[in-house]
Ligand binder design. Structure first.
Ligand code: GUN
Ligand code: ZN
Length: 433
């Protein structure tokens, strides 16, 4: 069995940090080694104690080796339409998004976009993500086939949407059910692929389609569920007009049996007391998408309130409403959103959230999100001196916490020195860079 040993400063969280001085929440090795065989981490420790016999050593000093970033919510089919000039969510969806996603009906389009999308993820240090595909099954085939080719753990699904969108994008309650069922059979558990049943949001699904989603969730309890919740005021009013019998927006998904520990809810900005309690009770995950929330003027996520109520929270880019593929940029914007809420997101908590925390949100923390024996060797190598400005700033940095904050505040894809997917070099081997 051939072994690779990565040498560098190793950082991996073991639980959620409670404070900026919670140094018990992570493993940090100043001169560390990560032993990898067959795509799996087999040993972690001080380099001086590593068994080097027969191993290939790759020296990443002085860079930091972390678990690869995990992005909990994005739309791969919107990769080509980031930075679309729209005032707010519904205008943005109708003017740009629904037009762009119709292109995925064309043969070959999804395959080409999938290649570019995965290249972008890798360039930015993201090794796993949860994605919406378009309503066309071929967009899902392209998404999972390309992930499998790269050996990446990816979660995704076809959006179900049968109203309030152009005809070219709409399925029906029946076809959405049938297509989703066939796609789960084809992709869930194949390679590292995992399926997410994906009713887009209440506005674009009829009650009949919500019933179909309920049936799918009941029939496939091991699949994920993803949708959007409480992003924008106009969206909330329209949803309540469409579902007048539900007590509130969360209540719509609750009424159709869509909430559970495998449910990922994008945004969750404007929740009332009851909704927060329902999320806490059901274990559904509220996904914070800061760059998107600022870009579309949707509002300020209240992380502290949700966490105090016992709601599970994750973080994501929400491409293409989001304005960066980078989880570093996302953490920076997340920090600023929370500043406006009078909350502080300390750098230990933010890096934990983008790695181990998001893995835990997926129930996959025994597989990804940390560096430990038995975990997948999905890793990112970060260089806090990647740009002249960062180098200048690092001259003034004394602690790991300060370095992490510089990385999230000033870093982007240039700070990603290397990426490993299942133990294989993935960034430096990308073509065309
Ligand atoms: N709500 C329904 N669809 C979308 C989408 O594509 N992006 C965002 N940000 N919100 C949505
Ligand atoms: Zn979204």
């Amino acid at each position: 069995m051939s072994r690779t040993i990565l040498r560098g400063r190793v950082l991996s969280f073991t639980r959620a940090p409670q404070a900026i001085d919670d140094h018990e929440s992570y493993l940090y090795l100043e001169d560390g080694a990560v032993g990898i065989a067959d795509g799996i981490v087999v040993w972690v420790g001080d380099f001086a104690e590593a068994d080097l016999a027969g191993a290939m050593v790759i020296d990443h000093r002085p860079n930091l080796i972390l678990p690869g970033f995990i992005d909990l919510h994005l739309h791969y089919v919107q990769s080509n339409m980031m930075a679309a000039y729209a005032g707010s969510l519904l205008e943005w969806l109708n003017t740009y998004t629904f037009i762009e996603e119709q292109k995925f009906a064309q043969q070959g389009h999804a395959d080409a976009v999938a290649v570019d999308f995965y290249d972008a993820l890798i360039r930015h240090g993201t090794t796993s993500a949860v994605a919406y595909c378009s309503s066309h099954p071929r967009s899902v085939d392209a998404f999972f086939a390309e992930a499998q080719r790269r050996n990446m753990l990816m979660v995704g699904g076809k959006v179900m949407m049968d109203r309030n969108a152009p005809e070219g994008l709409c399925d029906t309650a029946q076809s959405g059910y049938d297509d989703t069922k066939a796609l789960i059979a084809r992709w869930h558990g194949r390679g590292r692929g995992l399926y997410a049943i994906s009713p887009r949001f209440a506005i674009t699904s009829t009650p009949e389609q919500m019933e179909a989603a309920r049936a799918l969730v009941a029939e496939h309890p091991d699949a994920y569920v993803q949708t959007h919740l409480s992003e924008n005021d106009a969206e909330i009013s329209y949803s309540m007009a469409l579902y007048p019998d539900s007590p509130d927006y969360t209540g719509i998904y609750e009424d159709y049996g869509l909430l559970g520990r495998k449910t990922l809810l994008g945004h969750c900005i404007h929740l009332n007391h009851r909704e927060t309690a329902v999320l806490a009770e059901t274990g559904a995950v509220a996904v914070f998408c800061p760059t998107s929330n600022l870009f579309l003027g949707s509002g300020l996520f209240d992380r502290e309130r949700l966490m105090k109520a016992g709601v599970r929270v994750g973080v994501a880019t929400d491409i293409g409403g989001g304005t960066s593929v980078s989880m570093l940029r996302t953490l920076d914007e997340g920090y600023k959103v929370l500043q406006l809420r009078g909350q502080r997101l300390n750098p230990l908590a933010s890096f934990d959230m983008a790695t181990r925390g998001n893995a835990e949100a997926l129930g996959l923390d025994d597989t990804i999100g940390s560096i430990a024996p038995g975990r997948a060797a999905d890793l990112v190598v970060l260089d806090a001196r990647a740009t002249p400005l960062m180098r200048m700033r690092m001259g003034n940095v004394e602690t790991l916490v300060e370095e992490l904050f510089v990385l999230q505040t000033l870093g982007d894809d240039r700070a990603v020195a290397e990426v490993y997917v299942a133990g294989a070099r993935a960034k430096s081997t990308l073509g065309g860079l």
